[in-house]
Design a protein around this ligand. Structure first.
Ligand SMILES: Cc1ncc(COP(=O)(O)O)c(C=O)c1O
Length: 387
């Protein structure tokens, strides 16, 4: 599909390649299938944010770091959803004091509500807020706390617009989504009946799945049609879909080279110059599933069974176990697909002080290097800090 020869000559491995044409097509597809506003969860991939500026209606920023990335990429403040479970006072104060046009803040606890109230009073700012409803973990508030917050919100500075809800990623079951929709309908009704509070907005992270592995193929068109039928049951308020994986995964490729090969009585082992420090396939624990990949250069040799391993000092660093593939040679390059979401942000990238991969953006047939190799040995190096 790509001219890998040119890419590899110029950039070497390991590298990520994020293809913006694929990304934009993907957003168009999701919008046409679902028909709702999209809020991009920046945690999935920070390198594609700027290309989504005009394509999505919001950016979910779960830390001050993500906020700074978005700010420095000139994402408009009126598209920022300031979110996250740890809202540091100084950081939130910096955002709230300096900007009166933040799209909205989320509230994950009564303490967070009180913090926002204190700051809105101090700076005489009006803000819009979504309260995150818990799905039974450390995120969001209980139904009781939600009702308490709404009941006690007797000020004109915080406007509670509605609810944020996210219970988990990679949901392949329509039934699960259907239960969540039921829950959102129920709580909307309760708030109206008990507190005379009308929800204006629901921001729903429905955790749309990506099918990463061979044999996992499914009919996404039909799946999304069923999702849409469920979403249409939601209360008739403004609905936004908070998505990371489903937006970002397909645009990403990870290029990693064969640097060593060996055979023992347990099998054939291939050592690649990348590994689980850079590559995260949800559900692919210990290389038991085969992700989609290509090999460069293309081969016509016989098929051999290999274990594809990374470069970390752990037996867990197996990208794929027991895969039948064309006979390999040193310097062959694997191009792993669908790595646009979470691989570049979630990998255990500091382990073993291996360098971080380059990041290459492909857009309109040109390649742009947006991050060079980063030496993690510098980050892992102890240097006394003058206090
Ligand atoms: C609050 C919230 N919203 C949205 C997302 C994005 O989820 P996904 O990548 O499954 O779309 C996450 C992921 O962790 C999240 O925590």
């Amino acid at each position: 599909m790509y001219n890998y020869e040119d890419i590899l000559k110029k950039y070497k491995t390991p590298s990520y390649l994020f293809d913006i044409d694929i990304l934009l097509e993907r957003v168009k597809y999701l919008k046409s299938k679902l028909g709702y506003d999209l809020v991009y969860a920046v945690k999935a991939n920070t390198f594609i944010v700027q290309y989504l500026k005009d394509e999505v209606e919001g950016f979910e920023l779960c830390s001050y770091g993500e906020y700074n990335i978005a700010k420095n990429l000139n994402i408009p403040y009126n598209k920022m959803v300031i979110s996250g479970v740890n809202k540091d006072k100084k950081e939130i104060e910096d955002i709230l004091k300096n900007h009166d046009d933040i799209l909205k803040y989320t509230v994950e606890s009564i303490n967070q509500y009180n913090l926002l109230l204190e700051l809105t009073k101090k700076y005489k700012r009006k803000i819009n807020v979504l309260i995150r409803l818990t799905s039974g973990n450390q995120f969001g508030v209980s139904e009781n706390d939600l009702k308490e917050i709404i009941k006690n919100n007797q000020n004109n500075l915080i406007e509670i617009k509605g609810i944020e809800y996210f219970s988990g990623t990679q949901k392949k079951s329509i039934k699960k989504i259907s239960h969540e929709v039921d829950k959102l309908i129920e709580i909307t009704k309760e708030l109206e009946e008990e507190l005379n509070f009308k929800i204006q907005e629901i921001e729903y992270g429905l955790g749309l799945p990506v099918f990463y592995f061979e044999g996992d193929e499914f009919l996404e068109d039909e799946f999304l049609d069923s999702v849409k039928i469920e979403l249409e049951r939601l209360p008739k308020v403004k609905i936004s879909l908070e998505l990371g994986r489903s937006i970002a995964a397909s645009c990403g490729f990870y290029l990693t080279k064969v640097v060593d090969m060996k055979t023992n009585k347990y099998g054939n082992f291939v050592i690649l110059d990348g590994g689980i420090n850079h590559l995260v396939y949800y559900g692919g624990t210990l290389g038991m599933r085969i992700p989609h990949y290509e090999i460069y250069p293309r081969k016509v040799s016989e098929f051999v069974n290999y274990n594809l391993c990374g470069s970390l000092c752990t037996i867990n660093d197996i990208i794929v176990k027991n895969v039948e593939t064309r006979k390999l040679s040193l310097n062959d390059v694997f191009i792993f697909k669908n790595v646009g979401a979470y691989s570049s942000t979630e990998g255990i990238s500091l382990f073993l002080s291996r360098d971080l991969p380059k990041v290459i953006i492909k857009k309109d047939n040109s390649l742009i290097l947006v991050r060079d190799t980063v030496k993690t040995s510098d980050l892992n190096f102890p240097k006394e800090v003058k206090e």
